[in-house]
Design a protein around this ligand. Structure first.
Ligand SMILES: Nc1nc2c(c(=O)[nH]1)N[C@H]1C(S)=C(S)[C@@H](COP(=O)(O)O)O[C@H]1N2
Ligand SMILES: [Mo]
Length: 409
């Protein structure tokens, strides 16, 4: 299947008609008694190899992603590129629930979001939001479980390496402008609670499956209701028509197909908030008093070369970001962290929430090298050598875990 489509909106129809075509020809074969003729069906499969990509993300670049499951696609370590912005076609995908149908992006401007916990609560359409204000922010989007595969206690969940992260441009209206228009936040509200627009399967307690996240109101400074990703209409895959984006915060707080934003006194009791995405010791159950996956700390990793290179001049590449703080610098070591050299930050500085690609030129003699990178944020926080062990394998920023072993010949 084609992977070059610009966004999801017009692809479903194409796939549907192709599928009905296939179904049609199959029944035609059946009616003349040719069903089950092996050579024929093999030939048909060879002509149109089935994509491993799930339908709702069939526009992704298949060569750039690892398909862990229909709900989890990871960017390959070498597919991040050396520019600042991660191409949408390479960006990871993580769905806790199956994605809604393409009908929700058929008439984008008609999408409604309910705003609660302000002095004048209202339901606003996307068209109305566009009248209020507009801003673009470049930010790292990263899943809490990025780096989970390096944990050794075997935490369940997707075994993400480095690629449950990307740096993208969001465009939308600052949430604070929407709030100002609605008379300000009601007194005593401590959290911003966003609710995802997925239709929930019947027969299950909604609280156990719904995507509803609460984050502290201090994030109001940076929150955006976004309708564009990398200068295109926000694909359904990434939360179109409208997404609550909290730059500097872990992925889960960036609620896709957002249908309500409520300022609340307390955190939602949805499972994904109350016990999910909580840092606790190995073997311990999740509970509301444990730290929630909110602000992201400083992190970096090497993206090239990954396995081998030729002796002589080499250029080591990677990405580094400060999370919720600006980035200060990144160092690289070719001896597993014994000695460090400052790497050069590349590309334009796209602000506090963006990552910076980095590079360091080295001369390497034949042999084996452990290449690691270590970033520091503007407040002096340094990426730690070791991860913090925790039950679910969240928040891995260990520079040691994220190194690469390079053979130089
Ligand atoms: N509505 C909704 N929002 C969601 C999710 C979801 O399943 N449903 N998954 C969250 C998680 S865990 C992550 S890491 C990011 C992934 O964003 P992406 O799929 O655009 O990469 O979306 C977050 N927002
Ligand atoms: Mo996530």
């Amino acid at each position: 299947m084609s992977t070059s489509k610009k966004n999801t909106d017009n692809t479903t129809q194409t796939r549907l008609s192709r599928r009905s075509l296939l179904v049609g020809s199959t029944s035609a074969l059946a009616s003349v008694g040719l069903m089950g003729l092996a050579p024929l069906s093999r030939a048909a499969t060879a002509e149109a190899p089935k994509s491993a990509l799930p339908d709702y993300a069939n526009w992704k670049d298949e060569s750039a992603v690892i398909v862990h499951s229909a709900n989890t696609l990871e960017t390959r370590r070498g597919a991040i590129g050396s520019g600042v912005v991660t191409p949408s076609k390479h960006l990871y995908v993580r769905n806790n629930l199956p994605a809604p149908g393409a009908e929700i992006v058929a008439d984008r401007d008609a999408w409604e979001v309910r705003i609660e916990g302000v002095n004048n609560p209202a339901t606003l359409t996307l068209a109305e939001l566009k009248e209020i204000g507009i801003e673009s922010v470049t930010a790292v989007l990263q899943c809490s479980g990025n780096g989970r595969q390096f944990f050794t206690h075997g935490p369940g969940g997707t075994q993400w390496g480095t690629g449950a992260a990307g740096c993208v441009v969001w465009t939308g209206v600052p949430l604070r402008d929407v709030v100002a228009q609605l008379g300000g936040v009601k007194e005593g509200m401590e959290y911003i609670t966003g609710t995802g627009g997925e239709a929930l399967p019947a027969g299950l307690d909604p609280k156990t499956i719904m995507v509803e996240r609460s984050i502290p109101t201090r994030a109001l400074d940076q929150a955006i209701l976004a309708w564009e990703l990398n200068d295109e209409a926000l694909p359904l895959t990434h939360g179109g028509p409208l997404r609550l984006v909290i730059p500097g915060y872990y992925g889960v707080n960036n609620v896709k197909y957002v249908k309500q934003v409520a300022f609340t006194e307390s955190q939602t009791d949805a499972k994904i908030q109350a016990s999910g995405y909580r840092i606790r010791d190995v073997g311990v159950k999740g509970a509301p008093d444990q730290p929630s996956m909110w602000e992201m700390p400083v992190k970096s990793w090497v993206t090239a070369p990954l396995e081998k290179t030729r002796q002589g001049h080499s250029r080591i590449h990677g990405v580094a970001f400060g999370g919720n703080n600006p980035l200060d610098k990144v160092e690289v070591s070719v001896d597993g962290g014994k000695t460090w050299l400052d790497a050069q930050l590349l590309g334009p500085d796209m602000g506090r929430f963006a990552w910076r690609p980095f590079a360091l030129s080295v001369d390497l003699a034949p042999g084996e090298y452990r290449i690691v990178s270590r970033a520091t944020d503007a407040q002096g926080n340094i990426q730690p050598q070791n991860r913090t062990e925790n039950e679910r394998g969240y928040g891995n920023t260990s520079w040691s875990d994220h190194g690469v072993t390079l053979t130089v010949s």
